[in-house]
Design a protein around this ligand. Structure first.
Ligand code: HEM
Length: 490
C-alpha cells in the first residue's frame, strides 16, 4: 500500500512540475521586484546586448520593465515559428505613447494595431506597391539617381543632405520627421510608454522634456503629413501627367465620385506612411552603401567592372538591368545585411496568452525580432562582420534569409521591390560614374574602420561621415550629363 502512496506522490509531484514548468516564462536575465529588468535594459545598441542575451538564453529572451513583458527573438526559427506561423496573434503593434499619442504617428500604418482600418490601408498600399504597378516608378528612380550622383560629385561633403533629398524627393522635411519617429518609437526609451498617465503632465513641468519634444515633433509631423497631401490633391490632374505618384495614382484610379471623409483620411495616412516608411530607411541604406564602398575599394572595383563589362560605357544602368548585374545586386543585399536598417524591426504585439516551447508568454507582450542577430548568424553568413557580397552567390539560404531585413508575418514592408529598385539604381549609377574613398567620422575627425558601430534607433544609420566622391573619368561624367538631358521625366 505504502508503495502505491509513494508512486502516487511521485506522479503528483511530476504532474505539479509539469504544470509549473508549463507556466514558466521563457528564459532571460533575472528581474528585480517591481522594476523588472529596467536597470539591465541597454541605453544604446540594444541589438548587441540582446544578441549577447540570445547566446546565453537561446531562441527567446524574456524581460519585463515595470510590468511590461518583452520577448526578444534571437533566431530565425523562433521568429518564423511565432511571427510567421502564428501571425494571427503576433501581428498587432504595442501602444507607444511617445511616438503614437504624443507625436501623432499612431495614424501611420507602421504603428497601427491589427484592426480593420489597418487591413484596409495595407490592402491599398499592397495594391499600389505590387510588382506589376511598380514599373511606372522606374523612370523616376532612374532620373533621381542621376541627379543624386550629379549633386554628390558637385558637393561630396553634403552627402547626408543629398541622400536625404534623393530618398524624400517629394518633400525634404519628411526625412527629418522620420528621425523623430526613429527616436520616439524606441521601446523602453520613454518612461511615458511604461507609465501612460505621464502624458497628462503639463509641458512646463520640470522633467517634462519628453512632452516639449513631443509637442514640437507632433506639430512638424502634421505639417509634413498634410501639406503634400493637400498639394497633391489640388494638382492631381496635372501631376498625373507629369510624374507617377502614389497619392495621385490612387486618386485617379478610384471612382470619379468624391472621396468620403473616411476614405480621404485613409489615403492621407497611407501616403504619409509611405513617405515616412521609405524616407529614413532609404537614407540609412544608401548612406551605408557609400560608407561600405569607401571602406572596401576592391569590392567597389568589382562592381564597376561588372557594369563596364555589361554596358561598355554606352549608357548608365537602368532598373531593368538588375538581373544582368548580379554583383551590384549582391552589393545591395550585403548593405541590407551588414548593418540592417531596422536592427530590431518594428515591435509586434502578442494579442493573447500563448504557449511556446513549454513556456508561457502573456497577452500584451511586446515582441522584437533581433534582425541584426539573424543576419549575423555565422552558420548562414560566415564571418558575418565582413562586408562580402560574394556570400550571396554561394548560398541560396543567405538570399532567402535576407528577407527578414524587411520584417515578418502580416507586417513586413509591403513593397520590397520598390525599396530594392530605388536602392539598386542609386547604387548602380554611383558605381558607374563615381570613385568613392576615404571615409572620415565627422565628429571624431578620424578615418572610419571596417568594424564601425552604427547609430542607435529603430532605424539605424551609420555615424555621420564624409567621404571623397569623384567622377571615374571624363567619359563617365559626359555620360551622366547626356543621360540627365535624355531621361528627364518632368
Ligand atoms: C531599405 C529598405 C527598407 C527596409 C530594410 C525596411 C524595413 C522594414 C521593417 C523591418 C519593417 C517592420 C516590419 C515588421 O513589423 O515586421 C518595415 C515596415 C514598413 N515599411 Fe519599410 N523598409 C524599407 C523601405 C521602405 C520603403 C521604401 C517604404 C515605402 C515606400 C517602406 C514602408 C514601410 C511601411 C509602410 C511599413 C509598415 C508596415 C506595417 O506595419 O504593416 N519601407 N519596413
Amino acid at each position: 500500500m505504502s508503495v502505491l502512496y509513494i508512486a502516487a506522490a511521485i506522479l503528483l509531484y511530476q504532474f505539479y512540475r509539469l504544470i509549473r514548468r508549463s507556466a514558466q516564462r521563457p528564459p532571460g536575465p533575472k528581474p528585480w521586484p517591481i522594476i523588472g529588468n529596467l536597470l539591465q535594459m541597454p541605453k544604446s545598441h540594444e541589438w548587441l546586448t540582446f544578441a549577447a542575451c540570445g547566446i546565453e538564453y537561446g531562441h527567446c529572451v524574456y524581460l519585463t520593465i515595470l510590468g511590461q513583458p518583452i520577448l526578444v527573438l534571437s533566431s530565425l526559427q523562433a521568429a518564423n515559428e511565432l511571427l510567421e506561423q502564428r501571425s494571427a496573434i503576433y501581428s498587432s503593434r504595442p501602444r507607444l505613447v511617445m511616438a503614437g499619442d504624443l507625436t501623432g504617428f499612431d495614424q501611420s500604418i507602421a504603428l497601427m494595431p491589427y484592426t480593420d482600418r489597418f487591413r484596409e490601408m495595407r490592402q491599398l498600399l499592397k495594391k499600389e506597391l505590387s510588382d506589376s504597378s511598380l514599373k511606372i516608378y522606374w523612370p523616376l528612380h532612374e532620373e533621381e539617381s542621376r541627379i543624386l550622383v550629379k549633386n554628390l560629385l558637385a558637393e561630396p561633403a553634403q552627402l547626408a543632405d543629398w541622400v536625404r533629398y534623393y530618398a524624400g524627393s517629394i518633400i525634404l522635411k519628411v526625412t527629418y520627421v522620420m528621425a523623430a519617429f526613429s527616436e520616439a518609437s524606441q521601446p523602453g526609451n520613454w518612461l511615458v510608454d511604461l507609465i501612460p498617465w505621464l502624458r497628462h503632465v503639463p509641458d512646463w513641468m520640470p522633467g517634462a522634456e519628453f512632452k516639449r519634444k513631443a509637442t514640437q515633433w507632433s506639430k512638424l509631423h502634421m505639417e509634413v503629413i498634410e501639406e503634400p497631401y493637400i498639394w497633391a490633391k489640388a494638382y492631381q490632374d496635372s501631376m498625373a501627367l507629369i510624374t507617377p505618384h502614389f497619392t495621385t495614382t490612387v486618386l485617379s484610379t478610384e471612382s470619379n465620385e468624391a472621396l468620403t471623409e473616411e476614405q480621404d483620411n485613409l489615403l492621407l495616412w497611407a501616403s504619409a506612411s509611405l513617405f515616412g516608411g521609405g524616407a529614413d530607411t532609404t537614407v540609412a541604406a544608401i548612406s551605408s552603401f557609400f560608407l561600405a564602398m569607401a571602406l572596401h575599394p576592391e569590392i567597389q572595383r568589382q562592381g564597376q567592372k561588372e557594369i563596364d563589362d555589361v554596358l561598355h560605357g554606352k549608357r548608365l544602368p537602368k532598373v531593368e538591368d538588375m538581373p544582368s548585374l548580379p554583383f551590384v545586386r549582391n552589393i545591395m543585399r550585403e548593405v541590407l545585411r551588414w548593418n540592417p536598417v531596422a536592427p530590431l524591426g518594428v515591435p509586434h504585439l502578442l494579442t493573447q496568452d500563448e504557449m511556446y516551447r513549454n513556456y508561457k508568454t502573456p497577452k500584451g507582450t511586446i515582441v522584437m525580432p533581433n534582425i541584426w542577430l539573424i543576419l549575423h548568424d555565422p552558420e548562414v553568413f560566415p564571418e558575418p562582420n565582413n562586408f562580402n557580397p560574394i556570400r550571396f552567390f554561394k548560398s541560396e539560404r543567405a538570399v532567402k534569409t535576407l528577407g527578414v531585413a524587411f520584417g515578418f508575418g502580416r507586417r513586413p514592408y509591403p513593397g520590397v521591390s520598390f525599396a530594392e529598385s530605388s536602392m539598386f539604381i542609386a547604387i548602380a549609377t554611383a558605381l558607374a560614374v563615381c570613385d568613392i574613398s576615404t571615409a572620415v567620422d565627422n565628429e571624431r575627425g578620424s578615418s572610419i574602420s571596417a568594424n564601425v558601430l552604427y547609430k542607435t534607433g529603430t532605424i539605424s544609420h551609420p555615424p555621420a561621415f564624409t567621404c571623397s566622391i569623384k567622377s571615374r573619368s571624363e567619359s563617365a561624367m559626359k555620360l551622366l550629363q547626356r543621360t540627365l538631358e535624355e531621361e528627364k521625366v518632368s
